[in-house]
Design a protein around this ligand. Structure first.
Ligand code: ATP
Ligand code: LTN
Length: 334
């Protein structure tokens, strides 16, 4: 059943597989929200080309990302599940949003600073710089009320809200000002090798990929960096590595994190790592199997994608027409 509040979110097809943080911080919540909200979820392929992509891999990864969202439980009848580049209004509204964003304002986005510093700012594309502005367009096109994402996206959502308010003030009420929907407990799953940074698809050594073989998943979790103590305690500030494992285990087993921590009193890190690995594999095994099944019928995936994008486009076109009109752009009569 769909309610009236609308939610919208997106995920990049930047790797063959989703990582654990994508699932726990975002996709899991998308699945629950489709029962209570008018839900729009998309594969943001235009965002992924802000860094160089191999065309063959990008095409395959887009199909695979779509299959993973279905396998995770997104129902293409209940939610509108689509591909960003199949709805041309994203790029069109993206340009309009660039024109109301300050250069200094865009320069303050920390994700650009982090990502561009990896390869040197000289090598970063202008698209990577304007990435959050395209994201704002993605959200505003659908008049979304809420945006379910992980903690790393908070600053981009602040920018989106600022741009919506600015446009509405200058040109008259046009956009809904969206709220971030960030579920605190799982909003930032940490890198297993460097528990000071978030787990990310683009940092594969510390990431658990859901489509990895069970033995690879187990090995990664068992070699997670913890600390030099022995006490299992939920203390994200002083014990980020251990607390990260506790969060993962508690979420997959649907228990309270403090209770889970208490179970390991006197048992040490080895037991915690082993049980966490088991819980993740128990989810990832059947998930990978569903993905393989869906992947075996690419024609059906293409059909679902196109149907989803056609549905999304109806709304996107309405918002873009309104936006152009508010700006004073003259509509064509053909
Ligand atoms: P990349 O490394 O290519 O930037 P990513 O793994 O960070 O990719 P995105 O596609 O950028 O993944 O993010 C999809 C969703 O997953 C977003 O809502 C994001 O906030 C969430 N997410 C990503 N990593 C984590 C994490 N470590 N913990 C919680 N949520 C996360
Ligand atoms: N930047 C987001 C992906 C993204 C997104 C969106 C999320 C692009 N457009 C619109 C929510 C709403 C990320 O996950 N890195």
């Amino acid at each position: 059943m769909s309610g009236t509040e609308r939610v919208l979110s997106g995920i990049q097809p930047t790797a063959g597989s989703f990582q654990l943080g994508n699932y726990l911080g975002a996709v899991r919540h998308w699945v629950s929200l489709q029962d209570t909200h008018d839900a729009f979820y998309m594969i943001v392929d235009l965002h992924s080309i802000t860094v160089e992509q191999d065309p063959v891999e990008l095409r395959a990864n887009t199909l695979l990302a779509y299959a993973q969202l279905l396998a995770a439980g997104i129902d293409s009848d209940r939610a509108t599940l689509f591909i960003q580049s199949q709805v041309p209004e994203h790029a069109q509204l993206g340009w309009v949003m660039q024109c109301i964003t300050g250069f200094g304002e865009a320069s303050r986005m920390t994700q650009f600073k982090d990502k561009s510093s990896r390869g040197g700012t000289d090598h970063a594309s202008v698209g990577l710089f304007t990435y959050p502005i395209l994201q704002a367009a993605d959200i505003l096109l659908y008049q979304a009320d809420g945006v379910p994402v992980g903690e790393d996206q908070r600053q981009h959502l602040e920018l989106t809200r600022d741009l919506a308010q600015r446009f509405n003030t200058r040109y008259g009420k046009t956009f809904t000002v969206p709220k971030p929907l960030i579920v605190k407990d799982t909003a930032k799953i940490l890198d297993l090798q460097d528990p000071t940074s978030k787990m990310s698809k683009s940092l594969p050594t510390g990431a658990v990929f859901l489509l990895d073989e069970p033995r690879v998943i187990t090995k990664k979790l068992k070699s997670a960096v913890t600390d030099s103590e022995t006490e299992v305690r939920f203390d994200p500030v002083n014990k980020p590595g251990v607390s990260n494992l506790l969060t993962i285990l508690a979420t997959f087993t649907d228990r309270d994190v403090e209770q889970v921590a208490a179970d390991y009193d006197g048992r040490g890190y080895g037991a915690l790592k082993g049980d966490t690995a088991e819980a993740v594999v128990e989810f990832a095994g059947p998930f990978a199997e569903r993905v393989r099944e869906l992947e075996s019928d690419p024609a059906e995936l293409h059909r679902l994608m196109s149907a989803g994008s056609a549905k999304a486009r109806v709304i996107a076109a309405q918002t873009l027409a309104l936006t152009y009109d508010q700006l004073g752009l003259v509509a064509a009569e053909f």
